[in-house]
Design a protein around this ligand. Structure first.
Ligand code: ZN
Length: 168
């Protein structure tokens, strides 16, 4: 899934939590968290100085695509904020982790390598739908893959919710 699809999924997730009675901040937190692991792409593009994906873009092998990294970072940030004297509802931590979790679940579909859920304990990759391609070829193949329809549906629902949130 692309960065746009991940954000759209996080937006839908946040709206769902909000509809279930959680605060409106849920939408912002899950939207940001659902895109957070792909921050590595922005760093990659910044280092390259251009927005192109080469075969060296193996970002699912990088620490930013390891669930344990986000779990530990979130917990450390949460308690760090508390130590700084600020009170942050525990709910925010759970919402952030839910957004990140959605990212990793979606990264198991239409992927060349999937996610190592239990890294560093296990090196096993979880792939639900595989696209055979080099890293540089992935986007071109993904844009022709049937799974793209799922991303388009997710983005369409998110746009509908944005419009609904603006008019109501
Ligand atoms: Zn990702």
């Amino acid at each position: 899934m692309t960065f746009i699809g991940h954000m759209a999924a996080g937006y839908i997730l946040g709206n769902t939590f909000h509809a279930c009675g959680l605060p409106v901040e849920s939408i912002v937190i899950t939207t940001a968290a659902s895109a957070a692991p792909d921050i590595d792409g922005l760093i990659y593009f910044a280092k390259k100085g251009k927005i192109t994906i080469g075969d060296d873009f193996a970002h699912h092998t990088w620490i930013t695509h390891k669930p344990i990294f986000w779990l530990l970072l979130s917990i450390a940030a949460f308690f760090g904020i508390r130590l700084a004297g600020l009170v942050l509802p525990a709910q925010y931590l759970y919402l952030f982790l839910a957004g990140v979790l959605s990212h990793f679940i979606l990264d198991c579909f239409a992927t060349t390598d999937g996610i190592q859920w239990l890294w560093p304990v296990s090196q096993k990759w979880t792939i639900i739908t595989k696209i055979e391609a080099s890293k540089g070829e992935w986007l071109g193949k993904y844009l022709k893959h049937k799974y793209l329809r799922v991303e388009i549906a997710i983005v369409t629902v998110a746009i509908g919710l944005i419009i609904l949130n603006i008019v109501t």
